[in-house]
Design a protein around this ligand. Structure first.
Ligand SMILES: [Zn+2]
Ligand SMILES: [Zn+2]
Length: 74
């Protein structure tokens, strides 16, 4: 399983492969970005406070607060 996050609305989903595009609340369809494998470690972004479980430091991705996420291991 991997963590996927929409670049537009910041929704995070765990999925084995890229989720369906669906309907994004920000308009159009979701724009999924692979932010790494799901694991047992807890990470939180210092900027947007998004928390997720990951195998290792998640990919930087796109932070809704601007730029890329700044992950911190909890
Ligand atoms: Zn979206
Ligand atoms: Zn962030």
């Amino acid at each position: 399983m991997k963590n996927y996050q929409c670049r537009k609305c910041a929704l995070v989903l765990q999925s084995a492969s890229s989720p369906n595009s669906g309907t994004c609340p920000k308009g159009g369809s979701h724009s999924w970005e692979d932010i790494g494998k799901v694991g047992n470690l807890n990470y939180q972004c210092r900027k947007c406070a998004e928390a997720l479980k990951s195998e290792s430091s998640p990919n930087s991705g796109t932070c809704p607060k601007g730029g890329s996420h700044s992950w911190e291991k909890l």
